[in-house]
Every structure is written in structure tokens, then in C-alpha cells.
Design a protein around this ligand. Structure first.
Ligand code: C2E
Ligand code: CA
Ligand code: CA
Length: 576
């Protein structure tokens, strides 16, 4: 047993050593020190089993020395305080400050010292156990049980801590929020266990590029956070973020399946972006949201400008939900004319949003927002219902005379995930008594997925008897063989071809497209016709239908009636 005696009184030291020798304790090294400073130094250099510490070593106070020794000590040393006074309060203070026992010098006997040592050793063991339990509890409380990374609880504390530390030091603090792209798909398709394995593997990989001083945490689900200190240059932050994305690049093998995973990262820095921890978190979140929006697998840095954009976007999404409930959506109609007779043969329904503050909002602004959430499913259904309702009124007004025009409705590719859509469509047709053959559904080429489920959905829709039209044809990547898999019967040539038909190359392209469509038996619609010249050129190419501002802008139902339907016997041409 190694023992250190710190006491300024040589006689007291001698007597303590003598008593120790009589105590049957097996002594190893017994060192002495007559000053506090020297004692503290010795205590820090050698791991003693016990320190006998005099309470009074002028000019120091025993408690201060005790705290100093404890500060650098892991409680593996038993410290016994020695004092001339029998002050119980003082004894308690010493115990509280980390001493294991408190003995009056006059009471030092071999047996008392031996007992004190044994008791303090026992106490030390107990304390060690409590400490270990405490550490374990802390570990459990601060760790994510699936990945072993720190958890949200730890992260929240660490972030608050770091912000207050950095607000004093002025150093930059970097917060990266990382969210896996399409993790839900893995869970849905391969099951939760595979999802769990994937998260464990990701945690392992994320640990590689970051330094020991950085804090990597799993916040929950597929969301991770990395707190980075002392990376003063943006370039270094960029490099780190790139390394993180790169660490995920190699495909993962999970349950015998190869899975490719990417992530979106939002980065915000303190104090540049925010004034407190909550604000910093929000900023990183905003940036991450934007990274997702820009197409995932990327890093996005926060900026105030970005914040404003996203806030107004979120507001718009909220308003859009309300608009759907509160009847603020409406349909406009644009006529389509037969290219030869220039009579009305069709009408395209185009959605508009009458916003209470912002006025009329065009679909290009809000359809993409609706497409990001499931809102497009509801809006899409509303469009079908509203178009059928309006069309049935026109059919009725024709009073039994044969109606000469069809109605086209735009569908978002995301609506192909609405498995009950064809049933819904069928019900609408039945409810409004509309012949399916008079209805066309337009789908944009570039958004079309070549998946089996998409093809199946299109076949179901087509089976209801409506016709399918491929919108913005020429802007996507439909190869000819690809096209033949889909049940389209109409190609709507994108307006960019029509409008650049002054250009010789574009003219040749438009010609080729028409020849191709004609030879495969597709009906063609040329849209975006604004000038007489464009119209004549399309007519010369034997396009079937024409649509564009030259004939009419999209207009409200009422205007469409007066301008195109009102005069009897003129249901197939513009009303004069
Ligand atoms: P789109 O289906 O290609 O619709 C044609 C767009 O071209 C319409 O814009 C129309 O107003 C515009 N347009 C028509 N003639 C001309 C012309 O001569 N010159 C020019 N420059 N433009 C012309 P709009 O109504 O703003 O619609 C934009 C897009 O929003 C549509 O493109 C369509 O993709 C989408 N959209 C519109 N309504 C709906 C809807 O009910 N559901 C879905 N999912 N998407 C819709
Ligand atoms: Ca369209
Ligand atoms: Ca179009």
C-alpha cells in the first residue's frame, strides 16, 4: 500500500508513520511532504492508495488542498483528513469535498488508522461502483441504442454548450444536418430490420471523415447532426461536407442486396447565421430542406435569402391547403382548333389560384409545391371533378346536339401513385354523364417514369375509355421504343419547337417530329402558337390541332362560353 503524508509538522508526520508501521498494514512506499504545493505535486505524480492530509498547513486551507488533489484524481486514492480540532461541521465539509474520512490527530492509533483506511477503501469501492453506474446511466441516456452514436438529448445539450462557449471565444461553430434521401423507401421495400442495418452502417461510415473533436449524433430516424468546432475557413467546411457525402458513395450490402444511399446536408454557422442554438438549428434545417428541393445528394449552405424563400414557400403550401378547402382554385379554359377548318375541337382546362393577398397565381408557381406533398393528389382529383362538372354543363347546354369538342385535363406524374385514380375518374364520368371518349388526360413527357407501376396505372386510366396525351413532347427523353410502351394516342408538341420555328434547324426538327407522329398514327396538337406564321407552318406540316394565344389565352369558363360556345350552331367555331 503506497501512502503519502502531507503535514507541515515533522513530529506529527513521524508519529503517523510510526502508527502506520504498527498497524499490520502491508506498507509499500511511504512519502512525506511538508508543504501543500509539494504535496499536491507528489499526489499528481504518483497514484497513492491513501493520502493522510493535515487540515492545517498554512497558508493553505485543507479544503482547498483537498479539492486541488481531487480535481486531478479519479477517486482511486483514499484521502483521510487529519486535524487537531473535533469540529463536526468541518468534518462534514471535508467529506463533502471528497475526503473519505476525518480523524482527530490525538485519536490516531494503529487500529483507528487501520480501520479508517479499510473504511475509506471500502467507501472508495462503493463510490467507484456508484460512479460506474452513473457513467453507465449517462452513457445510456446520451447514446442512441441502434447506432451507438450520441443521441438527440446529448446533441441538444452539446449545441447549447458550444454556442455559449463560442459566444465567449468568438470562434466559429459549424452545424451540419444530414438527412438520408429516400430512406423511407428502403424501410418500405426491404423492411425495418434492413433499415436498421443500413442506419448502423451509415453511422460507421459517417464516423470516418470526421475528427475526434467533432460531435456526430443521430437525432432520430434517418437524421444526423455534426457539430464542428474550429474550422475557420468555409473551404474546410466544404471539404468536410464533401468527404461526408463521399463516405456514403460506395453501395452498401444489406441482407444480400446492394443499396445505394445518398444524403442531403444543410450547413449553418454560428455566429454568422444565428444568435442562439435554436436559431442555428432552424437555419441548418432550412438549408437541408433546400438541399432536398434542389435534387438531393448535395450540400447547401444557409443564407438569409434562402430563409426568406423557404418561409414564403412553406406559407404558400399552407395557403394552398386552405385554398383547396375554401374554393379559391378555379379552372381556366383554352380552346384547341382543328388545323384545317380552324373550328373548335377541344379545350384544355388549366388551373388557377385566386390567392387572397397575392392575386392570381399561375400553376407553374404552385403545382411544383403541391407535387412535393400529397396535396397534388387532392388537387388533381379536384381538377378532374371540376372539369367534368363544367364540361357536363356545356354538354347539357348543347341541348342534345352532338358536342364537337373534347376536354383535356392535366395530370401530374405523381398522381400515378394515386391507385384509386381511375376509379375516381370513372365515377366522375358517370356522375356527370360524360362519354369517356371526350376526355383527354395530359401527362408531361419529362416527368414520366418508365416504371411498371406507372405503365400499369396509365393502362388502367386508358381502360376507362379516356384518351391519353403526351404533353410537352420533345422536351423529355422518350426514345421511340419507350414511347410504344405507353398507351398514348395524342402527342402535344412542346411550344418551344413551334415558337422557334423561324430557326431553320428547329423547323427541320418540328418537321421530323410531325412525320414521326404521323407515321405511328399519333394525333398531334401544336401548342403555343402566337403568330400567323407559326400557325401556317404547323398547318403545312399537317398537325391535327392548334392551340395558342393567337386564338385565345386561357380564359374563365364564363368568357369561354360567350366567346366560343354561345351562338347556337356555332359550337364548333369562335362566336363572333
Ligand atoms: P402545359 O400543360 O404545357 O400548359 C400550357 C401552358 O402554356 C399554359 O400555361 C398556357 O397558358 C400556356 N400557353 C398556351 N398558349 C400559349 C402561347 O401561345 N404562348 C405561350 N407562351 N404560352 C401559352 P399555364 O396555364 O400557366 O400552365 C402551366 C403549366 O402548369 C401547364 O403546362 C401544366 O404543366 C401545369 N398545369 C396547369 N394546370 C394544371 C392542372 O390542372 N394540373 C396539373 N397537374 N398541372 C397543371
Ligand atoms: Ca397541358
Ligand atoms: Ca404543354
Amino acid at each position: 500500500m503506497d501512502i503519502l503524508i502531507i503535514d507541515d509538522d515533522a513530529i506529527d508526520r513521524m508519529s503517523a508513520i510510526r502508527t502506520l508501521r504498527q498497524s499490520e498494514l502491508i506498507l509499500g512506499r511511504v512519502d512525506q511532504s511538508d508543504t501543500a504545493i509539494e504535496g499536491i505535486r507528489q499526489a499528481s505524480e504518483h497514484g497513492y492508495d491513501m493520502i493522510l492530509l493535515d487540515y492545517q498547513i498554512p497558508p493553505s486551507n485543507g479544503i482547498e488542498i483537498l479539492r486541488e488533489i481531487r480535481g486531478g484524481n479519479d477517486y482511486s486514492t483514499a484521502i483521510v483528513m487529519l486535524s487537531h480540532s473535533n469540529d463536526e461541521k468541518l468534518a462534514l465539509t471535508c467529506i463533502e469535498a471528497g475526503a473519505q474520512d476525518f480523524i482527530m490527530k490525538s485519536e490516531i492509533t494503529a487500529s483507528r488508522l487501520k480501520r479508517a483506511i479499510l473504511i475509506s477503501q471500502e467507501r472508495h469501492l462503493l463510490e467507484q461502483q456508484i460512479r460506474a453506474n452513473h457513467e453507465q446511466l449517462r452513457y445510456i441516456a446520451e447514446r442512441d441504442s441502434l447506432t451507438g452514436l450520441r443521441n438527440r438529448y446529448f446533441f441538444d445539450e452539446a449545441l447549447r454548450d458550444a454556442v455559449s462557449k463560442n459566444s465567449r471565444s468568438g470562434e466559429q461553430l459549424v452545424l451540419m444536418l444530414l438527412d438520408l434521401d429516400n430512406f423511407k423507401k428502403v424501410n418500405d421495400v426491404l423492411g425495418h430490420q434492413a433499415g436498421d442495418y443500413l442506419l448502423q452502417e451509415i453511422a460507421r461510415r459517417l464516423e470516418q471523415p470526421i475528427r475526434k473533436s467533432d460531435k456526430l449524433c443521430r437525432l432520430g430516424g434517418d437524421e444526423f447532426a455534426i457539430l464542428v468546432h474550429d474550422l475557420p475557413q468555409l473551404e474546410q467546411v466544404r471539404l468536410l461536407a464533401d468527404r461526408i457525402l463521399k463516405s456514403l458513395e460506395t453501395p452498401m450490402m444489406i441482407q444480400g442486396q446492394t443499396i445505394e444511399v445518398t444524403a442531403s446536408i444543410g450547413v449553418a454557422t454560428y455566429p454568422l447565421c444565428a444568435t442562439d442554438a435554436t436559431g442555428l438549428m432552424k437555419c441548418a434545417d432550412v438549408a437541408m430542406y433546400r438541399a432536398k428541393e434542389l435534387g438531393r445528394n448535395r450540400v447547401q449552405y444557409y443564407s438569409a435569402d434562402l430563409h426568406q424563400k423557404i418561409v414564403s414557400r412553406i406559407q404558400l403550401e399552407f395557403d394552398l391547403k386552405q385554398a383547396l378547402k375554401n374554393d379559391q382554385l378555379t379552372l381556366y379554359f383554352q380552346p384547341q382548333l382543328d388545323a384545317r377548318s380552324e373550328r373548335l375541337v377541344g379545350v384544355e382546362a388549366l388551373i388557377r389560384w385566386q390567392h387572397h393577398d397575392l392575386g392570381m397565381i399561375q400553376p407553374d408557381e404552385f403545382i411544383p409545391i403541391a407535387e412535393e406533398s400529397d396535396l397534388i393528389i387532392e388537387i388533381g382529383r379536384w381538377v378532374i371533378q371540376a372539369a367534368c362538372c363544367q364540361f357536363s354543363q356545356w354538354v347539357e347546354a348543347a341541348l342534345g346536339t352532338h358536342i364537337h369538342f373534347s376536354i383535356a385535363v392535366n395530370l401530374s406524374a405523381r398522381q400515378l401513385k394515386d391507385h384509386a385514380l381511375s376509379e375516381y375518374l370513372q365515377n366522375c364520368l358517370a356522375q356527370y354523364n360524360i362519354p369517356a371518349a371526350l376526355v383527354e388526360l395530359e401527362l408531361t413527357e419529362s416527368h414520366l417514369e418508365n416504371s411498371l407501376s406507372a405503365i400499369e396505372m396509365l393502362n388502367n386510366l386508358s381502360a376507362t375509355g379516356v384518351r391519353l396525351s403526351l404533353d410537352d413532347f420533345g422536351t423529355g427523353y422518350s426514345s421511340l421504343s419507350h414511347l410504344s410502351q405507353f398507351p398514348f394516342s395524342i402527342l402535344k408538341i412542346d411550344k418551344s419547337f413551334v415558337q422557334s420555328s423561324d430557326d431553320e434547324k428547329q423547323r427541320t426538327l418540328l418537321k421530323a417530329i410531325c412525320a414521326f407522329a404521323y407515321s405511328l398514327g399519333y394525333e398531334t396538337v401544336a401548342e403555343g402558337i402566337e403568330t400567323e406564321a407559326q400557325k401556317r407552318f404547323c398547318q403545312s406540316l399537317a398537325v391535327n390541332r392548334l392551340q395558342g394565344y393567337l386564338f385565345s389565352h386561357p380564359i374563365a369558363a364564363q368568357d369561354f362560353e360567350t366567346q366560343w360556345l354561345c351562338q347556337t350552331g356555332n359550337s364548333s367555331g369562335k362566336a363572333e
